[in-house]
Design a binder for this molecule. Structure first.
Ligand code: NA7
Length: 552
């Protein structure tokens, strides 16, 4: 492969790599490509960098991984110098960080904003992708990297009458950039996943009344968010080599924390309760790593679920509301656990009501109200905290055609199929970052992003060094990987929940457990071993072989 200049005399600009998306994945991909001397163009539909943090601006939006760990590790200067202000960074600060990275590494000059990639087609004769964007232009590239994000495709629910509602309607995943003021308004919030749970307490402080429409009660752990002290920041800065090494190589979820060495049933009731209490007081996602079998053994899981249900009953004063808020239809952790600030306590406020739409589904939305159980609840504004077409939704919006004109949507009609979550057979030179079949959303995303970007970067260098110009997942390797991903998931409690991990939140979407649950450390080792064995399971060809194949 030769490094191309960014414009050729054929008219269409030509790049080594087109990257789709300028979130944390796209930005780091661009940085690495530049460092290796590849030409690259990034297309981003938003007007700025940050991806999911650009779109998710709802009140209370915050990362559920601690700031000192939800940050890039590729530049030691950056991680030593950036000052996170809180234990869990709020969305504006994460976006500020993304902008800082874009400026610091001078990324913007290769990013075209306000531009969607509409189509990408692979030309088998020349091993080139043709990429058409929403401004009507087409460029060519040897490689395309989909850095489109897992939680970027906000989903508007199909609720009868929604378009008829005359008040303002907001989606948490597509929040306006201007200030939204709920003062004095009666607000309805549909959805009680992470976005609903983070935003309800904030909206309740402003609105005259909030009605929360709950289909599924969720497990949520207090964040215990607080300002970071210098001492805490400095501890991380001094220990980053080990923190990052552990997160990458040893952890399951890309987070530096204790690794549990015993199961929940190995302890007696009192000891177990005091362990859960300690984690509840500490706050955050590590509640789920107090024991090593909470995701595997239902009886063990029940002990943690019961603990949280008891906490809800202690916090919420009205017994009927408390009971409704207690999740009882899925194991704790099998839907992404939420991290909140005063979510359950918010239901003690006189201006907050909970409506059970599992028993009484929303019948329709009228011009001024939501009708459920034959009753109209009058509202001035509506917040849809209804989630995303996760993991595959943003990819599916692009018309991608590979070998023989097959589209990726056709190939993935029964669920996504990838080898290592990185490539899909029949789509040469097309990489996905944190795609289905990789740890992705089950992990600290930045750790997984950096691993994929580094692997892809090494792979492209290898191809250039060996005059290779096409690479493709082999179907056998892909089939084996898909079977492995399914087997690992089947041994856990995860498939027991109707979660977005399973595609269950989108009517008609195939039910397949999409992320790889084998753990960040083991997964990295598998990817490294594949590369060390000459990219085992991938077919790599040079120009001459391609021409011979085309001629025969
Ligand atoms: P989630 O976690 O997918 O939550 C969406 C919520 O909206 C959930 O409570 C859904 O209930 C509910 N929902 C979705 N569609 C409907 C309809 N049609 N009617 C009623 N209720 C509905 O999205 P979030 O944005 O909160 O969080 C996504 C991730 O972002 C999160 O996991 C973190 O990783 C960050 P359901 O549970 O499907 O019954």
């Amino acid at each position: 492969m030769s490094v191309q200049s960014s414009a050729t005399n054929t008219g269409a600009a030509r790049y080594d790599v087109v990257v789709v998306g300028a979130g944390f994945a796209g930005m780091y991909m661009l940085h690495r490509l530049r460092g290796l001397g590849f030409t690259a163009r990034v297309y981003e539909q938003g007007s700025g960098v940050g991806g999911t943090w650009y779109w998710n601006r709802y009140p209370g939006a915050r990362c559920d991984v601690e700031s000192m760990q939800y940050s890039y590790s590729f530049s030691d200067e950056l991680q030593q110098q950036w000052n996170w202000s809180e234990r869990y960074a709020p969305q504006p600060e994460i976006l500020q960080y993304a902008n800082h990275v874009a400026d610091r590494f001078d990324l913007r000059r290769d990013i075209q904003f306000d531009t969607r990639v509409e189509r990408a087609s692979f030309d088998e004769r020349d091993n080139l992708w043709s990429v058409t964007t929403s401004d009507g232009k087409t460029v060519t590239a040897r490689f395309v990297v989909l850095a489109t994000g897992c939680l970027s495709n906000a989903r508007k629910p199909d609720i009868k009458g929604l378009d008829r509602f005359e008040g303002k309607v907001y989606h948490t995943g597509h929040w306006p950039h201007d200030e939204v003021d709920f003062t004095g308004l009666r607000v309805g919030v549909i959805g009680t996943g992470s976005s609903g749970i983070q935003s309800v307490p904030m909206i309740a402080e402003e609105a005259s009344h909030v009605t929360v429409f709950q289909r599924t009660a969720q497990f949520s752990i207090p964040a215990r968010n607080a300002g970071l002290t210098d001492e805490e920041r400095n501890w991380f800065r001094a220990n980053y080599p080990e923190v990052r090494r552990f997160a990458r190589e040893q952890s399951k979820n890309g987070i530096y924390t204790e690794m549990p060495d015993r199961g929940a049933l190995d302890d007696g009731d009192n000891k177990r309760r005091s362990n859960y209490e300690a984690r509840w007081q500490r706050g955050g996602l590590t509640f789920m790593t107090v024991y090593n079998n909470l995701a595997l053994d239902k009886t063990a899981n029940d002990t943690a679920a019961d603990f949280v249900r008891d906490k809800i009953a202690e916090i919420v004063r009205d017994p009927a509301t408390a009971q409704l808020l207690q999740p009882n239809d899925h194991p704790i952790g099998s839907k992404r656990i939420c991290i909140d600030t005063d979510y359950f306590a918010t239901f003690n406020r006189p201006n907050v009501a909970l409506v059970d739409i599992k028993t009484n589904p929303i019948e329709e939305i009228t011009k001024t109200a939501i009708r459920t159980g034959g009753k109209d609840i009058e509202l001035d504004a509506l917040v849809l905290a209804t989630g995303f077409d996760a993991m595959t939704g943003s990819v599916a919006k692009i018309a991608i055609s590979g070998r023989g004109g097959q589209t990726l949507n056709q190939k993935w009609a029964d669920g996504p199929r990838t080898y290592l979550g990185l490539m899909s057979a029949g789509f040469p030179n097309l990489f996905v970052i944190t795609g289905p079949g990789s740890p992705s959303v089950l992990s600290n995303m930045i750790v997984s992003i950096e691993q994929h970007v580094d692997w892809i970067s090494d792979c492209l260098s290898h191809m250039r060094d060996n005059a290779l110009e096409a690479m493709e997942a082999e179907r056998d390797a892909e089939d084996r990987w898909v079977a492995h991903v399914n087997d690992v998931a089947a041994n856990t409690l995860y498939p027991q929940a109707n979660s977005w991990y399973m595609g269950a939140n989108i009517p008609g979407k195939p039910r397949i457990f999409m992320p790889y649950i084998g753990g960040v450390g083991p997964y990295r080792q598998i990817c490294n071993d594949v590369a060390a064995r000459g990219y085992e399971g991938f077919a790599m060809t040079g120009r001459r072989q391609t021409q011979q194949a085309a001629a025969s």
